[in-house]
Write a protein that binds this ligand. Structure first.
Ligand code: MLT
Length: 426
């Protein structure tokens, strides 16, 4: 008799973005013809620049000739692209070998799947608020207890509150280690085994500095924990003193996996391309160096047939000097939008964060309004779709995320609509 995975029943709500779409569709059907501005999901809108596009076209053209046609490629990725990615790390003063790079169809899949190479009794630690994929996939994998609607937390997860007072940066010492607590009957003292970090952060836009990353690397090395570092937004870091990769921190290759994406860099959200780095030096309590790299290789060769060869050809063009300069133009475009959103909100006396080194603006709701209430207010009064902070975790309650991905003229109109139509209760 087949049985369902009962862990799905533990999930507190539907996945955040489809949930938002449901509410927006209900609003649209109740208000036909009303124009809605979308500053919710971080979805790119600008055309792929010419040189990068020529890489994608070249990839497609190669498939049209017998001499250059290719079918399945290496599951780990095209050798040339793995080398180009390893070279990218030299630009940020980090050393990664091509055989430590695994090309994928995007950072979301890697963030979701990477937990599968770790034992079910590992305790995970997440930033609060955080990208929901980290938690939901661990819930599905059976690595948590039940959801507690009072605290907004799952049993067995260590939440690292990223608060306004702490600049939305997680602090190793803020781990809520619940000594004596039972977890699945498996262990008594909770120590973080898998630590998810995202910097620049989605949703808050906060960037961890060198010191805070060093503290995490030190903790991970001392405890034989693994940091899963999501660097998908690193391309937006302007401040040269802020790290763009965890591997800029000494010793990180012994304790960290990094996940990267072409989506927000080159407008590849629909093309689908990313990578994960699993260093040879990475080892945990019951593994040898190289073993986790081999396990991820085993996982990918079993579950995945490699990223699209067209997308990978495009990826090579993205990482060329011309492609990198085109990407710089895209990044500046979206960062200009972020500035427009910030200025507009500030002019209304709203407190905003993020934005300097990330394509998200994180705002504090006026009058301590609850996230979903403010989401409804923005939608009904200003016709602007946002993302409620509470959707990213309990510490996101009372905040709202606005995405800077959009056509500038639409972003401007959205901001004008907020200024004109949002009823001020503060
Ligand atoms: C977001 O809006 O948080 C992201 O665009 C979602 C994603 O990258 O999957």
């Amino acid at each position: 008799m087949a049985k369902i995975n009962s862990n799905y029943a533990k999930l507190a709500a539907g996945y955040l973005f489809p949930e938002i779409n449901k509410r927006v569709s209900a609003f649209a059907s109740a208000n036909p013809g009303v124009n809605v501005y979308r500053l919710g999901i971080g979805n790119t809108t600008e055309a792929i620049p010419a040189h990068i596009l020529s890489g994608l076209s070249f990839g497609a053209e190669k498939l049209g000739k017998r001499e250059t046609y290719s079918g399945y490629g290496d599951e780990q990725g095209d050798k040339r692209l793995r080398e180009a990615i390893a070279n990218y790390y030299l630009d940020v003063d980090a050393k990664i070998a091509p055989n430590e790079v695994f090309v994928s169809d995007g950072a979301k899949c890697d963030s979701a799947n990477i937990q599968s190479i770790f034992s079910r009794d590992n305790v995970i630690a997440v930033q609060d608020p955080a990208y929901p994929v980290y938690i939901d996939t661990n819930v599905i994998a059976g690595r948590t207890g039940k959801f507690d609607s009072k605290s907004g937390q799952y049993e067995g997860i260590i939440y690292m509150p990223c608060t306004e007072e702490e600049g939305f940066i997680p602090n190793v010492s803020s781990f809520r280690i619940k000594t004596g607590e039972k977890f699945h009957g498996l262990r008594i003292n909770l120590k973080a085994d898998l630590i998810y970090l995202c910097s620049p952060n989605n949703p808050t836009g906060a960037v961890m500095n060198r010191k805070s990353l060093e503290n995490f690397v030190q903790y991970a090395r001392e405890n034989k924990s693994v940091i899963i570092f999501d660097a998908a937004y690193s391309w937006y870091v302007k401040d040269p003193d802020l790290p763009k990769s965890i591997y800029q921190i000494e010793g990180a290759n012994e304790c960290a996996i990094e996940i990267q994406s072409f989506s927000k860099l080159a407008g590849f959200t629909g093309v689908r391309l990313g990578w994960a780095v699993v260093p040879m030096a990475l080892a945990v309590k019951n593994s040898k160096p190289g073993q986790l790299n081999g396990m991820w290789n085993r996982r990918q060769t079993t579950f995945f047939n490699g990223a699209s060869n067209i997308a990978q050809e495009g990826g090579l063009y993205v990482l060329s000097p011309e492609g990198r300069s085109e990407c710089g133009g895209l990044v500046n475009y979206y960062m200009n939008n972020a500035g427009i959103i910030r200025k507009g909100l500030e002019s209304m006396g709203i407190k905003v964060y993020g934005e300097d080194n990330a394509p998200y603006v994180w705002m504090k709701n006026p009058n301590g309004m609850k996230s979903w209430d403010f989401f409804d207010k923005m939608l009904k009064e200003a016709r602007v779709v946002t993302t409620p902070g509470a959707g990213f975790g309990p510490s996101g309650e009372g905040y709202t995320r606005l995405s800077a991905f959009g056509h500038t003229e639409r972003v401007q109109e959205a901001v004008e609509s907020i200024k004109k139509n949002l009823e001020r209760t503060w």
